[in-house]
Design a protein around this ligand. Structure first.
Ligand code: PDD
Length: 276
């Protein structure tokens, strides 16, 4: 397996990062996960633009243009002969003696690697279970930061409850999953949290929005509550790894009769059509 480090493709065993890299010590960095279907990245440009934006929000200067990065990532996918899976990449603020304040004149550390993973076919077909959990994260969830402790604690609670995902909420308002966005369907309208500082504006979420608009499926970005989830016609997750996954049970209460809903299935199909 090959990886990218310092702008070069090297054997994974030869890639090292200093123990005082700020990503390792502080989670001081940003990342992206892009899906690879049949050897090609899906919505690469959108992910790379978001990576740039996340970096800018924390004053990390990425030394590559999105098009340059895309070429480097393509090179790695080819080198590893990856046909279906993901490519992960992160930029940290770099290596520097530990100090909370930003260092001067330090180059960001760039790392990327690929992993072969299958599409989540069975959960997409059968649906998954979820729990509710207090959203205890910070107020800049729009940044795709390496600091994921809040997300990890939420996901772990879900796993311990025998569920797939944790639906986070601030007060009564549902924000997003631990590593996915959440949407409900009510009377034919798809409703999801507005893209503000409280959620990551998922690329898959934006794809869902786009295919809804193209296919005259009503789509609204507005707040919805825990009660709305429990009384929704359908509930689904969207994300790079989960694609569009139906939620068929929340806190042991069945949603849409415990089977994936029609709108959710339609959206899965419409997004599938784009992956060619
Ligand atoms: N997570 N919200 C959060 C908190 C996420 O971590 C993710 C993705 C999403 C969905 O975003 P997108 O559609 O752009 O993948 C929403 C990635 C896949 C991860 O951390 O593995």
């Amino acid at each position: 397996e090959y990886v990218i480090i310092g702008g070069e493709i090297v054997d994974r065993g030869h890639a090292t990062v200093d123990i005082e890299d700020r990503g390792y010590q502080f989670g001081d960095g940003v990342y992206e996960v892009i899906r690879v279907y049949n050897g090609k990245m899906f919505t690469a440009r959108e992910h790379l633009i978001r990576l740039q934006e996340s970096a800018e929000k924390i004053s990390i200067q990425i030394p590559y243009q999105p098009t340059e990065l895309e070429e480097m990532l393509k090179g790695l996918i080819d080198k590893n002969n990856l046909s279906n899976g993901i490519i992960y990449m992160q930029f940290t603020r770099g290596e520097s003696p530990r100090n909370h304040a930003f260092p001067h004149n330090v180059a960001p550390t760039f790392v990327a690697y690929t992993r072969k993973v299958d599409r989540p076919v069975s959960s997409m077909q059968e649906g998954v279970k979820a729990i509710f959990i207090d959203d205890i994260r910070w107020l800049r969830c729009d940044i795709k930061s390496l600091n994921l402790l809040g997300n990890l604690l939420a996901k772990q609670k879900a796993v311990e409850a025998g569920c797939f995902e944790a639906i986070q909420h601030r007060g009564d308002i549902v924000t997003e999953g631990s590593s996915s966005n959440v949407a409900i369907v009510k009377n034919g309208t798809v409703i999801t949290h507005p893209a503000n500082n409280l959620i990551l504006n998922g690329i898959t979420r934006q794809k869902v929005k786009q295919v809804c608009e193209q296919n005259k499926i009503p789509f609204e970005e507005k707040e919805f509550t825990i009660e709305d989830v429990l009384h929704a016609d359908e509930v689904f997750l969207s994300g790079t790894t989960v694609e569009v996954t139906p939620i068929v049970e929340v806190e042991e209460k069945k949603i849409s009769g415990g089977t994936p809903g029609q709108v959710t299935k339609k959206l899965q199909q419409l997004i599938m059509d784009e992956i060619v």
